[in-house]
Design a protein around this ligand. Structure first.
Ligand SMILES: [Zn+2]
Length: 114
């Protein structure tokens, strides 16, 4: 299993996670980072269904672009890997699955708990 290229780094000084990775911590100005490894999971904070896409994504519509809230206090914009936009519910758990077309992709890990 190859390691997923995870575009997250944590500042070694203040522990703030930077998305996307930066050379200088946006919080404390330090330049010493550790790459965040392991499974990156979060929840769907909000999402939009895309029906009209740029040419390179046109055959993928409709697809879902979500704002995913990570447990590091940051939110990232990502594509959701799902069969239908109807599957997506605000607050549902997702996990980072791949990086493709310059996007982060999260897959759904279950139904929203009610
Ligand atoms: Zn910092």
């Amino acid at each position: 299993m190859s390691e997923l290229e995870i575009p997250l780094v944590r500042c070694n000084s203040c522990q703030t996670v930077q998305v996307p990775p930066r050379w200088v911590c946006t919080k404390c100005g330090e330049k010493d980072f550790t790459r965040v490894s392991g499974e990156i999971s979060g929840t769907v904070y909000s999402y939009t269904t895309i029906h009209v896409a740029p040419a390179r994504f046109r055959e993928q519509v409709p697809y879902v672009v979500a704002l995913v809230e990570l447990p590091y206090g940051v939110k990232v914009t990502a594509r959701l890997d799902c069969q239908s936009p109807q599957e997506v519910v605000i607050g549902m758990p997702v996990v980072l699955s791949k990086r493709e077309d310059g996007c982060l992709w999260f897959r759904l890990t279950g139904k929203k708990e009610s």
